[in-house]
Design a protein around this ligand. Sequence first.
Ligand code: FDA
Length: 448
Amino acid sequence: LDEKKSFKYIILGGGVAAGYAAKEFTERGLKPEELAIISKEAVAPYERSELSKSYLLPDGYATRLPSFHVCVGSGWKRQLPEWYKEKGIELMLRTEIVKADLASKTLTSATGRVFRYQILIIATGCAAVKLADLGVQGANNADNIFYLREISDADKLVEAIQKKNESGKKAVVIGGGYIGFEVGAALRINGFDVSLVYKEPRLMHQLFTPAIASFYEGYYTNKGVKLFKNTVAIRFESSASNNGEVKKVRLNNGQVIEADIVVVGVGAEPQISIFKGQIKEEKDGIRTDGYFRTSVPDVYAVGDVATFPFKGETIRVEHIDHARESAKQAVIAIKAKEDDNSIAIEVRGFKISEYEYLPCFYSRSFDLSWRFCGDNVGEALPAVEDMRVTSTKPRFVTYWYSRGKVVGAFIEGGNDAENRGFEEIAKRKPRVEKDKLAQDGISFAASQ
Ligand code: FDA
């Protein structure tokens, strides 16, 4: 084996978790040539959540790399390709690993290169679920159906948006989750006639209460987005005269929508097939403990692929905050173990605490900006300043109240102090009288 292809640490995947793990390694002591990041993408790790937001806006408003390389999303320095070089980190881009042998500690690339590691961090994230896999007819091989996961997908979509701007401008967006919510808005801003199709009775149904969803649906409708709820696409129809491009989307309620462009956001699945049979899995991901150690010694899994302990259960989370924090926790655990090899995690009397996941999500679309932290269980108590769908600056909160405590909170149009207060709510779950909460309204968040 070529010595140069041996590394003390390899991070497989070059996304959000990889970038934040690299930062943590450098802060905790990393020698040149100890760490390699192997990624099939062509660019250094970046804040993936930008791809469905400002990346899709018209020229003049759109963000482009290098502006959103990690770790800008957390207010730190941007890690440009030169940063990795300076730190002696080998950043191997356009390199897909097709085989992993955890027993011999080797990874093999699509071109046959073999890499050896002592410690492996799996950070391969997810791939978009394809409509053809869900049994939708006509969804294969059409040039105008787009998925959004990597920057190369976003570039294809941007090119189509620019091309279609000169011809047809009808877009059908499938899925009422994050991607549908954000891409639907971006396409509308680009002047498309947008139809948003989702099978649930409301947008972002896992998080939004009926009242919250009703506001956003009203706002989107007011902006000209057409909503098709409680329905799914069952067939895409094209004709030979338009190069096999989809022209019509048929729904299960009998409606047919015309389309020049289709964007699909119907979920994602962890990219872990190369580890099958070699590592313990759970809930579609790789099972880890509170330090992101897997069932295989010296192999860690972080970000979207990790299934980890949470309040007596195990969960898998596809969110950017978790990708950042789990990456940090894994590197802390790796370094702690090296400092004192005899004890797994306890180092010189200092016990590293297990990962404490803090659910915190956000989204931006049109002029809207919302944030949620904590748990959405219990009674939902709204506090409204302006919830008009025509408002230029809507502002409202919903608190989730359970057994005398505020356990979760959602805010539209929050300021920095309120957004920070939200994290405190998620962490501490403050006890408060219901009357006092109602009296304080939105200001309760900022006072935390
Ligand atoms: P991530 O997907 O970032 O990185 C995985 C990396 O592994 C990629 O570089 C991939 O190419 C590489 N890889 C995979 N298999 C490989 C192989 N065999 N060989 C080599 N490389 C391989 N979250 C949120 O909280 N708020 C938000 O607003 C959004 N918005 C959003 C928009 C869009 C368009 C997407 C796709 C996702 C979001 N998310 C989000 C989710 C968030 O981006 C996601 O949770 C993190 O990116 C997860 O980080 P990871 O590092 O785990 O995977």
